[in-house]
Write a protein of this length. Structure first.
Length: 532
């Protein structure tokens, strides 16, 4: 792309005002407007709530929180897989002004102890067990290290029933402001301990609302949410986008299962489906994929990590998701900063992460100077607006490392803003490969290799090389494990279509990638594993 004359800056002007509500007040509006419509469906458990029933249960759990001594500003942890109780606690903590701390269900005891201590959690809600995790045993193991933790309640256990039945003691929630904190989410740092991004009612309610506006949600929509609630994708783009529009949240399973997801879409006539690219790949690759009736779908969101063009094309063509949207963001920005629009053509929907969201600013800067670059030039993407976090919990110095004096959040992502204002993410600053002095963006090579007939999924990383400093490694999951592509085949595929310095010099065949629970591939682990 040629460099533009305009600067890489865009502001999302909008005729739709920001919401000034707290999350509890916004839920009250939905309950009043659509009392008989379904708000929440637990497919695995066979349970359903109308908005009137959901609102009543949220009030009941809010009363139980007050009766348990939880007050405005107290931190309440949720360490659980997806279930209706998770959603009830999300809205009940918001109603009483508590700060819900969402904890990754994959955490082990030492990680749990760090989060409990760092955020000062006084009450914890947890799953009993899931897969190899015995949550009660891990809580018992760390309780002695966490003096502020007064009580642990387990979903699906008598302790939950006892808690939910507690009277409020006549207490009512204190008055709340929309700018007060409502959620702490721990970002999975690749080095050191995770940091607690602190988000307000205003941050996440508006972000969920405008994400829903971009894909035209109404009370007629039913959103299948197989992504984890503990992350913004589930609890903001899923739950808050739904309740701010009177739509229904459909929980297909406690954790991602491609069969359960497609079955839920079919049985519940879902109109929208969420997922990270690896989830959509798993669904498309089911042997009986063609047997599912997905005709009710019209939209959905693919986000969480770069979305391969070939996968996006199949989602549009084979899953009936003609209006599927790409979202880009990060936990620290509540999360979405850019999004494709319903009427975008396939090129914009597959080649970009959309354009700036309403009421948000984005710019691309030279990482060395901080100056805004011309359109068409790669640099660091920064974002500013209502969506930028309050800060990292109790870590002002770390906050200052990423949020500058002008309140711009520095994402660490390398991006190009095109002349039409659409943004392309070309990689992470730390993922960029420098081979013999040439800057190489793994994303470009990955997109090219997705078109190879033998490749189902691919990740490209730089590994040390004596001659060039770094060389290019392609980690490949083959379509047919019995017939993986060879290095010679990949080289022949790339020759004459990629610059010589972008052609992988090594290939590793894998059955799966190391992943975070939110669906991001841990490239640092691939580099460590194969870089020796």
């Amino acid at each position: 792309m040629t460099t533009g004359t305009e600067l890489s800056y865009a502001h999302g002007t909008s005729g739709t005002p920001l919401l000034g509500d707290t999350i509890g007040a916004n839920l009250d509006r939905a309950v009043a407007a659509w009392p008989a419509r379904e708000a929440l469906v637990d497919v695995a458990g066979g349970r359903r709530w109308t908005y009137a029933e959901f609102g009543a249960d949220v009030d009941r759990i809010a009363g139980a929180l007050l009766g348990s001594g939880v007050r405005k500003g107290d931190r309440v942890g949720v360490w659980a897989v997806n279930c209706p109780e998770w959603v009830l606690v999300q809205y009940a903590t918001a109603r009483v002004g508590a700060v819900m701390v969402t904890i990754n269900p994959a955490y082990r005891a030492h990680e749990l102890a760090y989060v409990l201590r760092q955020s000062g959690i006084s009450m914890l809600f947890a799953s009993l067990a899931h897969k190899t995790s015995d949550y009660r045993a891990m809580v018992d193991e760390v309780r002695g290290e966490c003096p502020e933790l007064r009580e642990a309640v387990y979903f699906g256990d008598a302790s939950w029933d006892e808690f939910a039945a507690r009277p409020s003691g006549g207490l009512v929630p204190e008055p709340l402001a929309a700018d007060e904190p409502v959620n702490i989410q721990y970002t999975s740092g690749t080095t050191g301990f995770p940091k607690g991004a602190t988000l307000s009612h205003h941050n996440i309610l508006n972000n969920g609302y405008f994400v829903g506006e971009m894909i035209a949600y109404t009370e007629q929509d039913r959103i299948c949410v197989p992504v984890p609630f503990y992350h913004c994708f589930g609890m903001v783009m899923g739950n808050l986008a739904a309740t701010s529009h009177g739509a229904c949240i459909v929980i297909p399973a406690p954790s991602f299962d491609p069969t359960a997801t497609l079955r839920a879409v079919q049985e519940e006539r879902c109109t929208s489906l969420y997922g990270v690219p690896t989830m959509f790949i798993a669904e498309l690759n089911l042997p009986d994929f063609a047997a599912y009736d997905l005709s009710s779908l019209r939209t959905g969101i693919m986000a969480g990590s770069p979305c391969p063009v070939e996968v996006m094309k199949r989602v549009v063509a084979e899953m009936n998701m003609a209006e599927v949207s790409i979202c880009y963001g990060m936990t620290e920005t509540s999360p979405v900063s850019t999004q494709t629009r319903r009427d975008d053509d396939l090129e914009r929907r597959t080649g970009t992460v959309g354009r700036v969201m309403p009421h948000v600013e984005v710019k691309v800067v030279d990482p060395a100077t901080g100056l805004t670059v011309r359109r068409g030039t790669a640099g660091e993407l920064c974002t500013r607006g209502y969506s930028v976090m309050l800060g990292y919990w109790d870590e002002p110095a770390k906050t200052a490392e990423v949020v500058d004096a002008g309140r711009w959040m520095h994402t660490g992502d390398l991006a190009v803003m095109r002349d039409d204002g659409y943004v392309q993410i070309v990689g992470r600053i730390k993922d960029m490969i420098i081979r013999g002095g040439e800057n190489v963006y793994p994303r470009e090579i990955e997109e090219f290799l997705y078109a190879h007939p033998k490749i189902a999924d691919v990740q490209v990383v730089g590994v040390p090389d004596e001659r060039y400093g770094e060389t290019i490694l392609a980690c490949v999951i083959p379509r047919d494990p019995a017939a993986p592509p060879t290095l010679d085949e990949l080289t022949a595929f790339c020759r004459d279509r990629l610059a010589h310095y972008k052609i992988p010099s090594r290939v590793e065949i894998l059955t799966e990638f190391p992943m975070t629970v939110s669906g991001k591939v841990r490239k640092i682990e691939l580099r460590e594993r194969y870089g020796a």
